[in-house]
Design a protein around this ligand. Structure first.
Ligand SMILES: Cc1cc2nc3c(=O)[nH]c(=O)nc-3n(C[C@H](O)[C@H](O)[C@H](O)COP(=O)(O)O)c2cc1C
Length: 221
């Protein structure tokens, strides 16, 4: 059964308000054009120094989906949805050759020679000072990209589920990264057409977790 294509993307506030974590998906495919648009909007996300230290694996093959689901406590969203985005993070990206990133910045005119020269030393230096926080910083970038995906998908008529329930080493086995200690798994996001709606489980009043100036000084809207 083919999907009725949503002609108008939802605006951002509507997509945010409407999004739910979907637990059951139809098997309906996502068109290659729509998938490409999702990937483009995902990698439009910002990252520290524009380092783009995510590695995104689109798991579509049926056997790969089954293996990924097995690595995720048999959560069925991954088997049902036509594609699951695995967001991995390269914890050593800042120590790699940054030339493609720096050249692109120059070409677009966003960065001048002085900025690029500064970044050549500042980025590796910053990475070195992070020490054991390198993993945390890389995961931040990957999670921001995943959030772009989730909201873009909602806007374009698709549904998603952020997923943290998996065993990292097993996920790495599935994606072929078991020998790469510098790759961290950040989050999994199945994407597809929802098989059933879900209700919003609700959010706490602002008084629980939104403060002004100092924690504990409640924000009173
Ligand atoms: C980082 C993260 C990890 C999550 N992991 C899972 C998961 O493994 N399986 C699942 O079914 N839902 C998972 N969820 C979905 C949450 O249960 C859901 O976001 C929460 O109940 C709020 O519901 P809503 O997303 O519909 O607003 C996860 C959500 C986040 C943000």
């Amino acid at each position: 059964m083919s999907q009725i294509t949503q002609t108008q993307p939802l605006d951002v506030p509507t997509a945010i308000a409407q999004r739910r974590s979907i637990k059951t998906f139809k098997s309906d495919p996502i068109t290659p054009e729509l998938l490409k648009q999702l990937v483009e909007l995902t990698v439009a996300a910002p990252s520290s120094y524009n380092i783009q230290d995510w590695q995104i694996i689109l798991v579509q093959d049926e056997a790969q989906k089954a293996a990924l689901s097995a690595a995720s406590w048999n959560q069925q969203q991954i088997v049902q949805a036509p594609v699951t985005f695995v967001f991995a993070a390269n914890t050593k990206a800042g120590e790699q050759d940054l030339t493609p990133i720096l050249e692109q910045g120059l070409q677009t005119g966003a960065w001048n020679e002085k900025t690029v020269d500064y970044f050549k030393t500042a980025i590796p230096q910053f990475q070195a000072t992070l020490g054991d926080k390198q993993r945390e910083y890389a995961i931040k970038d990957a999670i921001i990209a995943a959030t772009h995906l989730v909201l873009a998908a909602e806007s374009l008529g698709l549904s998603t589920c952020f997923m943290n329930g998996w065993i990292e080493e097993k996920v790495k086995e599935v994606i072929g990264a078991v020998d790469n200690p510098d790759l961290a798994i950040a989050v999994l996001v199945p994407v597809g057409y929802a098989a059933e709606p879900r209700l919003n489980p609700g959010r706490l009043p602002f008084s629980y977790n939104v403060s002004v100036d100092r924690i504990g000084n409640p924000y009173q809207a």
